[in-house]
Design a protein around this ligand. Structure first.
Ligand SMILES: NC(=O)c1ccc[n+]([C@@H]2O[C@H](COP(=O)([O-])OP(=O)(O)OC[C@H]3O[C@@H](n4cnc5c(N)ncnc54)[C@H](O)[C@@H]3O)[C@@H](O)[C@H]2O)c1
Length: 297
């Protein structure tokens, strides 16, 4: 029998979930909630029932699991409500906007005994999975992650650029994804110091982060998109992860297979919950450490 899914938030990232759900017969999209009534028509085209608020959706006893894909400041509240209503949750990244909220989500999942996974999707890139299967001993790295943020969100979606709603800037958004990949290979990843660069609007637009094992360069204001991580294996062998190019999959389409793999992994977590969002908590702790020990220029 398929798992009955609902989505909360039907914005930019939602089509990646919808495509992945349609490609996986273990799932069925039964409902979608978005507070913007203009989303009703596109939601109903998928065959899912439209809700304009989460409360109605959570009362639907047929729904097994919820995907939370709203702006970051809503993740904690909506995830905790869904877990308390007895639903499993797959929550978009970054997990929440504070350590306190993140801890609250982990506590809610643990006491409900329901799956809570955070969609750190780059971990499900085919190249990352392949390198992981090889059981490499990684001792160093260099990560370069650049894009132009306005290619991914227009100015009408100002929440991305407002710390109150997003939790932070480039470190929070792209940095958290890079850290998640690195943790797959270097569990004892240790932050040393960093420099965060703000633009004239006060948006954290660029960052250079130094870890004991390597460096991360992040840029939200770049002309070209680059998403590369070089891993250094013991014995100095180099392994390149280029998220934008693998298996003939170029120019951003990598998200397609990442979200398919992510949904497959979530199914396993639903069958036997064990993570309870603790990986997201670990990343949140590292983000807080970065902000506490970096200089701002
Ligand atoms: N856009 C990307 O490339 C991308 C990639 C990976 C992860 N994410 C993550 O996905 C999440 C959503 O990002 P997005 O880019 O899709 O944002 P978005 O602004 O495009 O979409 C958010 C949607 O949530 C709806 N919404 C707002 N408040 C709501 C509420 N209270 N209840 C229900 N719906 C509500 C909005 O109407 C909108 O349709 C974020 O956490 C983001 O970090 C986005």
């Amino acid at each position: 029998m398929s798992l009955k899914l609902a989505m909360v938030g039907y914005g930019t990232i939602a089509p990646h979930y919808v495509n992945a759900i349609l490609n996986n017969r273990n799932y069925e999209l039964v409902a979608v909630c978005d507070t913007d009534p203009a989303k009703r028509t596109s939601v109903e085209k998928t065959g899912a029932k439209y809700f304009n608020n989460i409360d109605g959706l959570l009362q639907d006893g047929k729904i097994d699991a919820i995907i939370v894909a709203t702006p970051n400041y809503l993740h904690a509240k909506q995830t905790i409500a869904a877990l308390r209503a007895g639903k499993h949750v797959l929550c978009e990244k970054p997990m929440a906007t504070s350590l306190e909220d993140t801890q609250g989500m982990v506590n809610a999942a643990t006491s409900a005994g329901k799956a809570l996974m955070v969609s750190y999707h780059d971990r499900f890139h085919s190249r990352v999975l392949e390198l992981q299967q090889r059981g490499l001993e990684i001792v160093g790295f260099e990560a370069d992650n650049r894009e132009h943020i306005l290619d991914h969100c227009d100015l009408s979606k100002a929440w991305y650029l407002n710390k109150e709603y997003s939790g932070g800037g480039v470190v929070y958004d792209n940095g958290s994804l890079v850290i998640d990949i690195l943790l797959q290979f270097i569990p004892d990843l240790k932050f040393k110091k960093g420099t965060l660069y703000k633009d004239s609007y006060g948006v954290e637009i660029r960052a250079d982060l130094e870890f004991e094992q390597g460096t991360i360069h992040l840029d939200w204001n770049a002309d070209t998109e680059v998403k590369k991580t070089t891993l250094i294996e013991k014995g100095s062998k180099i392994h390149l992860i280029n998220l934008l190019s693998s298996e003939g999959d170029t120019s951003g389409k990598y998200l397609k297979h990442e979200y398919e793999n992510l949904l497959a992994a979530f199914l396993q977590e639903v069958k036997s919950p064990k993570g309870y969002g603790k990986r997201g908590l670990k990343i949140q702790e590292m983000l807080e450490e970065i902000y506490a020990h970096s200089k701002i220029v």
